[in-house]
Ligand binder design. Sequence first.
Ligand SMILES: Cc1cc2nc3c(=O)[nH]c(=O)nc-3n(C[C@H](O)[C@H](O)[C@H](O)COP(=O)(O)OP(=O)(O)OC[C@H]3O[C@@H](n4cnc5c(N)ncnc54)[C@H](O)[C@@H]3O)c2cc1C
Length: 100
Amino acid sequence: MTQSHQAAAVPFEEGVLSTPWNNGGRDVLLGDSVHKATVNPGLGPNLAADNICHLVNEVIALIRQGGKPTKAPLGHVYEVYEKKQACYVDRCSFGVYRPV
Ligand SMILES: Cc1cc2nc3c(=O)[nH]c(=O)nc-3n(C[C@H](O)[C@H](O)[C@H](O)COP(=O)(O)OP(=O)(O)OC[C@H]3O[C@@H](n4cnc5c(N)ncnc54)[C@H](O)[C@@H]3O)c2cc1C
């Protein structure tokens, strides 16, 4: 009996998601869902935790303004979070700065 093996080349892509990280204030992305594999050990989970902290800080500030946030202000908060984090994630993950 012969044993066969298959191999495939998988591109090791790099980069940060260039399309919006939220869909109009309903859902928002962070962590591995916004970037390709990181090159440095430990950066994957650390970046995810950092994303969470920045996102939660923005959301708490909105909630403290009172009332129940609707999609429009939440969408704005998500965009602020993305704007702050996109360059940071790119720089941390891949050591280069690419304007978004
Ligand atoms: C084998 C392996 C080894 C790794 N080693 C390293 C390393 O040495 N150093 C390093 O920096 N990084 C490493 N990583 C990467 C690191 O684990 C990730 O960067 C990190 O876990 C990302 O965290 P995250 O919260 O973005 O995603 P995740 O940790 O993947 O969390 C996503 C969560 O969402 C849940 N989920 C998915 N879909 C749904 C859904 N529809 N509804 C509800 N929940 C859902 C999943 O169950 C999961 O709990 C490794 C990854 C793998 C797979």
